[in-house]
Each structure stands twice: as structure tokens, then as C-alpha cells.
Design a binder for this molecule. Sequence first.
Ligand SMILES: O=C(CO)[C@H](O)[C@H](O)COP(=O)(O)O
Length: 236
Amino acid sequence: MAEPVLSPQEEGKRAAGEAAAALVEDGMRLGLGTGSTVRWVLEALGRRIRDEGLRITGIPTSEQTAARARELGIPLTDFAATEALDLCIDGADEVERGTLRLIKGLGGALLREKIVAEAAGRFVAVVDASKIVEMLGVKAPLPVEVTEFGWESTARRLAALGGSPVLRRRDGAVLRTDGGNLILDCAGFAPIRDPLGLQRELKTIAGVVETGLFLAGAEQAIVGGADGGVEVLRRA
Ligand SMILES: O=C(CO)[C@H](O)[C@H](O)COP(=O)(O)O
């Protein structure tokens, strides 16, 4: 059967995802990110397990990723059985050129993604070229995961800081994360000139569980182009 024709953006996601999957070595314990770019990573890992006998285990960052990994025969583990991860591969909504700091969470998995990223020795971001920015916040709103209890009060506090929070919905219903929390998308912080300061300030709000600012930055970002080529950006 003929391969489906991919849009230029999807071609970039495919290229980035497959290049990242090629970095994976036998025996690795992986953090498995979430999103449409990571789907290509999972497909490629599934193929390598089937065709090469690659032996890996992964901790998924969402129920969605866990389900797809199971379908593809990727063995899963958890933090009860695994202390540290060798490599985390995840997508991003923005990658700041130079620092490789990220905004993540438009897929709704930011809390689990951050826990998994922190447990990994290395973090590789997989993105198409549209995700590269000169300063965080210019394209994507900043997702902030908040507790359901008192979310309106938390939203007021975020608004007072200039965040313009909007409660995330999907198909008309309020979106709930895998952890049962809500997400407030805050476009008003853009451009984020002092991400460390903003992160510190946001984390002092009791109802804020986590933010989509990933300030440790990726070790490398694999950027897929519409022509199927990849560029690898490294932290300056
Ligand atoms: O942070 C995420 C999920 O919470 C995703 O990694 C991010 O939204 C990128 O997704 P995609 O590859 O579909 O553009």
C-alpha cells in the first residue's frame, strides 16, 4: 500500500522523531514524551524492537503515550521499578534558540513530562521547524496546571501577574489532565524575558501545580524540516 502523503509540518515531525529514535541504544531506560511528534518516535522504536530486537524500557508521560507504546510492543516501567532514566525524548511547543529552554504542555501532559524529564540524564527535544523561537512565549501561551479546587482564585492571581489565563477546554468540555488537574493557558506573559523569575513567582501560588516552562533546557533539539532533513541544535 502506498505511504500517505504528509503535510510539510508532519514531514518535519516524522523526520525529527525518527532521528531521535535512532539515538536510542540497547538497554536504555527511556522517558517517552507526549504529542504528535513523539508518535513518530514511538513508531520507530516499535519497528526497531520488532526488526532489530532492541531492548528498552520506557516510562510514558501520558496515558495516551502508554496506550500507543503498548500497541507497538514497547515495554513500559514506572518509578517504583526504575530509579533513573538514560534519556528522555519529548516534543515541545517552543524551543528557544541558543538556550534550548522550552515551553511544553499544549498537549496537556506537562506535569508528568516534567517529572520524567527531571529523572533523565539527557533530554532530547523533537520538533518541526515552526517551534524554534528567539524568545519564549512569542508563539505559544504558557500552560499552567492548577488544582481544580480554587482554580478561579488561582486564575485571578495569574491575571494579576498579567497572564490573561484562559481555562483550557477540549470539544467543549473542560480539559482534565491525567493527574485530574486543570490547565490555564496564559498568553499574557509573552514575551517571557525572565523565565526563571516568572517560574519562581508562579510556583509561589498555592494552586499552581506546575508550569510549562522547562528551564533546564534540552541537551539537543532535533529539528525536522519539510524536506525530511533534520538539523540538530545544541545548547550554547
Ligand atoms: O508538551 C507536550 C504535551 O504536553 C507536547 O510535547 C507538545 O505540546 C508538542 O506536541 P506536538 O509534537 O504534538 O506538537
